[in-house]
Design a binder for this molecule. Structure first.
Ligand code: MTE
Ligand code: MO
Length: 360
């Protein structure tokens, strides 16, 4: 159980850290534009491993909870360290898995900012896990070296008050539950498993075959997005130019097949067309490199702007998209135009663009 749970938690931690770095890149961090589906896979793995860890954690807690009442309750410093780290590990893990589950259901019954709290608590959980593994190393080594034998006639003393269930039954049950839980969300990332995605709120189809994260009405941009006076402002240093949607359509159009991969785990591929970012910049002035800021008509909220690293900006498939799956972009998908770039988290694919600016 420990190995299965630990593997799920470490996979979840690693992919979560990666997603955090992509969204808040440290100076040393490097994330490629290709393959375009990589973030889709890592973030899908993040959510699937997190959800699969829930039944594993429950079974593990069920298996060990009688030890909570072992004497002495406090004991030696080593024992305090052992039990203290388990308390922190269990608390932090329950926090991570339950808030993560509520987040993918888009239900936020709390006051704190989810990404910050989830990121901070991940360090606590993994730190406590490291202490726990260090303290238990002798037990783990022993358990892995010796084949454990079932002894249905002689249940261990501390389980005498509980019905005896064979190890095999517990492990099989936990495995089935973990696979079922994983399957229940996997369909939002893996198309042929969509039928099984009963726990995946975004696995259904939205307009033009792609789910919608935040609608134009929710973002309060409907009127300005449809306004005939709409302009997209593009700035490179001292140079600035404004484009109507028709002017964008009159520039050379480029097509790209790219997924939207939401941090919440759902993803969907789509055929996009619009103006290649490099072509748009060339219509304004000389782009000599640098990161690029995209601002939305949506001015409130943290998803109203995003920064695109130069590596993605120069990629041929990075578009200011005007169509999706052969149709004019739906208002909810970002009409009049939106950013779509390869191998990026959905939160950074800014919709309802109003300004694009090359940063110094
Ligand atoms: N302006 C703006 N752009 C946004 C968002 C938003 O809330 N506001 N949500 C982002 C998120 S979290 C995702 S997953 C994608 C989803 O794009 P879609 O709704 O077209 O599928 O849009 C991104 N772009
Ligand atoms: Mo998202």
């Amino acid at each position: 159980m420990g190995i299965a749970l630990g593997s799920a938690i470490l996979l979840c931690f690693g992919t979560g850290l990666l997603s955090h770095w992509i969204q808040h890149p440290p100076s040393w961090f490097w994330w490629p534009a290709h393959p375009v589906w990589l973030y889709r896979v890592t973030q899908g793995a993040h959510v699937i491993s997190g959800v699969a860890a829930i039944p594993l954690l429950l079974v593990k807690l069920w298996a060990v909870y009688p030890r909570l009442f072992h004497r002495p309750i406090i004991g030696s410093p080593l024992r305090i360290l052992e039990r203290g780290s388990i308390a922190i590990l269990v608390g932090a893990t329950i926090f991570q898995l339950s808030t993560g589950l509520l987040n993918i259901a888009q239900y936020y019954p709390w006051k704190f900012f989810f990404p910050t709290a989830h990121y901070a608590m991940a360090s606590v959980a993994v730190g406590a896990l490291a202490v726990h593994l260090a303290v238990k190393l002798p037990v783990i080594r022993d358990a892995l070296q010796h084949r454990l034998v079932e002894s249905p006639t002689e249940p261990p003393a501390d389980s005498s008050t509980r019905p005896h269930i064979s190890r095999r039954a517990v492990l099989t049950g936990a495995g089935v539950a973990a696979v079922a839980a994983g399957l229940a969300v996997a369909g939002q990332t893996i198309p042929f498993l969509r039928w099984a995605a009963v726990l995946a709120p975004r696995s259904g189809y939205g307009p033009q075959g792609v789910p919608v994260n935040r609608s134009a009405a929710a973002a309060g941009v409907g009127d300005r997005a449809r306004d005939p006076e709409y302009r997209l402002t593009v700035t490179i240093g001292d140079l600035q130019r404004q484009f109507t949607r028709d002017e964008l359509l009159s520039l050379p159009q480029t097509r790209a097949r790219l997924p939207i991969a939401c941090v919440e785990g759902w993803s969907a591929g789509a055929d996009w067309s619009g103006v290649r970012l490099l072509d748009l910049l060339a219509a304004v002035g000389d782009y000599s490199g640098g990161d690029i800021r995209f601002r939305s008509l949506e001015q409130t909220g943290i998803y109203g702007s995003s920064i695109l690293p130069q590596r993605h900006a120069v990629d041929d498939s990075t578009l200011v998209a005007l169509t999706i799956n052969g149709e004019t972009l739906d208002l909810d998908h970002g009409y009049p135009c939106r950013l779509i770039a390869p191998n990026r988290p959905g939160v950074l694919q800014t919709k309802w663009l109003s300004e694009i600016e090359v940063l110094p």
